[in-house]
Design a protein around this ligand. Structure first.
Ligand SMILES: [Cu+2]
Length: 166
């Protein structure tokens, strides 16, 4: 690959930091919303506290499906400061994920790979009333409101939560 080729291609790895304030009362993914192209890799890195990155998928403790149906769900397990977890995304769509200990505190994130399609693009209650999804756990209200909209991620490509302005 020539230097010019490299410059015209997106960076192969995009980093998302897993953050916490000193008291652990505020926890978040930074950035909270990211747009990438198929073939790019996300690397989650813990800055403070202990976190997971876990896909919204029934295989992860019956959480509702909010990644493309043919994509493989992930769960990093608990990660400590300095540890990281990497995943390469090949299938287009919206991927919603959470931090296991902090989902109720609203620590969630959204990745869009190419086209913003799939269950992650649907309302949070899209599956209600279906018999095969009876045991699915809904996204908690505190988490629902932390997801950046698809429109905003498509427009800005990288969306960060502002911390400290109340
Ligand atoms: Cu967390």
């Amino acid at each position: 690959m020539t230097r010019a080729d490299q410059a015209s291609h997106p960076s192969p790895v995009v980093e998302i930091y897993m953050k916490s304030d000193q008291l652990g009362s505020k926890v978040w993914f930074d950035p909270v919303g990211v747009y990438i192209e198929p073939g790019q890799t996300i690397r989650w890195i813990v800055s403070e506290n202990v976190h997971t990155t876990t896909a919204y998928h029934p295989r992860n403790s019956n959480h509702s499906l909010r990644i493309p149906p043919n994509a493989t769900p992930w769960d990093s397990g608990y990660l400590s400061p300095g540890e990281d977890f990497e995943l390469k995304f090949m299938i287009q769509g919206v991927y919603d994920y959470y931090c296991m200990p902090h989902e109720g505190a609203g620590m969630v994130g959204r990745i869009i790979v190419g086209k913003p399609t799939g269950p992650g693009a649907l309302p949070f209650d899209y599956y209600e009333g279906r018999s095969d999804t009876k045991n699915w756990r809904p996204v908690p209200p505190a988490a629902q409101k932390e997801f950046p909209t698809i429109e905003r991620i498509m427009r800005e490509k990288v969306v960060r939560i502002k911390v400290g302005d109340g």
